[in-house]
Design a binder for this molecule. Structure first.
Ligand SMILES: Cc1cc2nc3c(=O)[nH]c(=O)nc-3n(C[C@H](O)[C@H](O)[C@H](O)COP(=O)(O)OP(=O)(O)OC[C@H]3O[C@@H](n4cnc5c(N)ncnc54)[C@H](O)[C@@H]3O)c2cc1C
Length: 527
């Protein structure tokens, strides 16, 4: 079930429907001729999310004429409905945390009130700014934007159809306005056919509700609908203890919702290191989130969730104002159509198969990047890198082969719980060739000054000299800002001067410990 199936279909207003009378009065031959001239491009990009706008801008920078087709607001899911609005709201939650801790800094804030209207206005402002930034860059590089739904008809042609309904309906901004009523959103009124020497599919993925959710249940929503909900729900059941589930539990608990987080596995964030998962679990429990692990959801209906507890083989019924589904994703594209065109699809994961070095599909003129090639919500730095690779290859940019790096291994990512979790690299299997260390923030001067000593850095290195990082995971308020330093080789970090006192210094301190060069900081060697 898609998001839009949940709520009644809302037709777009009259000004976007086809105005037949006006069309008939035009001189069709002349119109078609100009359109044909106008609608030929070197590159057509489908979707304006991080994959789409990066590849479009990069192609234009390398001299290509580019069109981008977007059925929603510019910036894609990431800018309008996912990463950016979520992080804007998390910024408010961080303040709430600081207020709670203020007394430790000698400031007594006797009372505070959560003003949701202002939090929501901040979210709207941030999204608008991010969107206008993208619009500005698309204009700067003369990229033609079509607001409509792209249908690929062959290896070089696309028909753009008028939009029948908004992607998100019944979603309003803080002041009750329809977010689509903006100058950035002017849908086409009739089919347009355009051609491109190359096509890049960057159409992303969308939420998919599992079968246990009753259809047309207005109390069961997806994460985006929660971010735009008219108020902070009193109580919230979150299904799925992955990245989104943990982030939403942390955010809404700080905003004072009563939260139950349900996860079918025996721990949260099961793809992370166990110690990191446990730290997140402990912290969420400390702030009052009820976590139920090993629980299979049987049914979700009207705020009621029936779960089967694996360990006791018993059932439990839970009630809340809203249920948010943080599991499941599906493709935005008609894969059957793509397959009929000759594009190879990974059936198991419903993803487009690409050459990872170039992002080229099995049809040489068609490329794909971002959500459509990933079996989960991919991390934005990875999506951006793929867009860049595709554009370089299309533009025959010489360094393309050299610019390839195994992006999955070096892409840092952040899980925006409070305090945050960050990771880079792939945790190796535990063999004699691997060494594991932890380093606590209790040793870092900035952390001591700021009273932010809760958290640790866990590092996996080679035993073989010169030692190299294989993976690093860290839990700390500053995690997001320091994780990328671990892409610098260990020894080089130790040679770099770091400003003092800073959180980034903890990177050098941890590296010095690994190399046995600590001056006054101690870590722990784990194996
Ligand atoms: C709530 C949430 C928070 C997240 N936070 C983070 C984070 O903090 N950090 C991070 O790294 N990642 C985060 N992610 C993941 C990130 O949003 C995705 O990796 C990213 O959006 C993928 O980019 P994309 O370009 O592939 O697709 P999208 O951003 O989904 O953009 C695709 C666009 O294509 C359009 N489209 C689809 N089909 C068509 C069509 N036929 N015609 C025209 N247009 C079409 C869609 O409308 C959409 O606008 C988050 C995801 C969610 C859901």
């Amino acid at each position: 079930m898609s998001t839009t199936d949940l709520i009644d279909t809302v037709e777009l207003s009259e000004n976007v429907s086809i105005d037949n009378e006006q069309d008939q009065s035009m001189d069709h031959n002349e119109e078609e001729q100009t359109q044909q001239e106008q609608h030929q491009f070197d590159v057509i990009v489908i979707g304006s999310g991080p994959g789409g706008y990066t590849s479009a801008i990069r192609c234009a920078q390398l001299g290509k004429s580019v069109a981008i087709i977007e059925r929603d607001l510019l910036g894609g899911h990431a800018v309008n409905w996912g990463c950016i609005p979520l992080n804007a709201m998390i910024a408010s939650a961080r303040f709430i945390r600081l207020i709670h801790e203020s007394v430790r800094y000698g400031i007594n804030i006797s009372s505070h009130r959560i003003d949701y209207l202002r939090i929501a206005r901040h979210r709207d402002e941030v999204v608008k700014k991010a969107r206008s930034q993208i619009k500005k860059f698309l204009e700067k590089y003369h990229i033609q934007v079509y607001t409509g739904v792209a249908n690929i008809i062959d290896k070089n042609h696309i028909i753009i159809k008028p939009i029948q309904k908004y992607t998100y309906i019944n979603v309003y901004d803080a002041d009750g306005r329809n977010p689509y009523e903006t100058d950035d959103y002017i849908p086409i009124r009739a089919d347009i056919e355009i051609s491109g020497k190359n096509i890049i599919i960057a159409s992303g993925i969308e939420y998919n509700f599992p079968n246990f959710v009753e259809t047309n249940d207005t109390k069961t929503i997806d994460p985006t609908q929660l971010l735009w909900h008219k108020n902070i729900p009193d109580s919230l059941i979150i299904i799925g203890g992955g990245v989104l589930g943990c982030e939403f539990a942390s955010l809404y608990r700080h905003l004072r919702s009563n939260i139950i987080l349900i996860e079918k596995n025996s721990r949260l964030l099961k793809f992370m290191d166990e110690q990191v998962s446990f730290a997140v679990e402990t912290h969420l429990k400390d702030i009052g989130v009820e976590i139920i692990l090993n629980a299979y959801v049987e049914r979700v209906s009207k705020g009621e969730v029936i779960i089967q507890l694996q360990q006791t083989n018993t059932k439990r019924t839970l009630l809340s104002s809203l249920v948010v589904i943080c599991t499941g994703r599906k493709s935005t594209f008609d894969y059957e159509n793509l397959q009929n065109l000759g594009i190879n699809i990974d059936q198991e994961h419903s993803t487009i198969i690409i050459n990872e070095n170039t992002c080229q599909t099995s049809i040489p003129t068609i490329y794909a990047c971002g959500g459509v090639v990933s079996s989960c919500w991919s991390w934005i730095p990875c999506v951006i890198h793929q867009g860049y690779l595709a554009a370089n290859r299309i533009s025959e940019y010489e360094d393309n082969s050299k610019s390839y790096i195994p992006i999955n291994l070096v892409t840092p990512f952040v899980i925006n719980v409070i305090p945050a979790v960050a990771s880079v690299g792939e945790v190796p299997k535990l063999t004699d060739d691997v060494l594991i260390y932890t380093f606590k923030f209790q040793s870092n001067q900035r952390a001591i000054i700021d009273n932010q000593t809760w958290g640790f850095i866990k590092m996996w290195t080679t035993r073989e000299e010169p030692k190299k990082f294989l993976a690093v995971q860290l839990v700390h308020e500053a995690a997001a800002e320091i994780i990328e330093y671990y892409n610098i080789p260990l020894r080089e970090i130790c040679l770099l001067p770091f400003a003092h006192p800073t959180y980034t210094e903890s990177v050098k301190e941890a590296c010095e410990y690994v190399l046995g060069q600590s001056m006054n900081y101690e870590g722990t060697y784990l194996n």
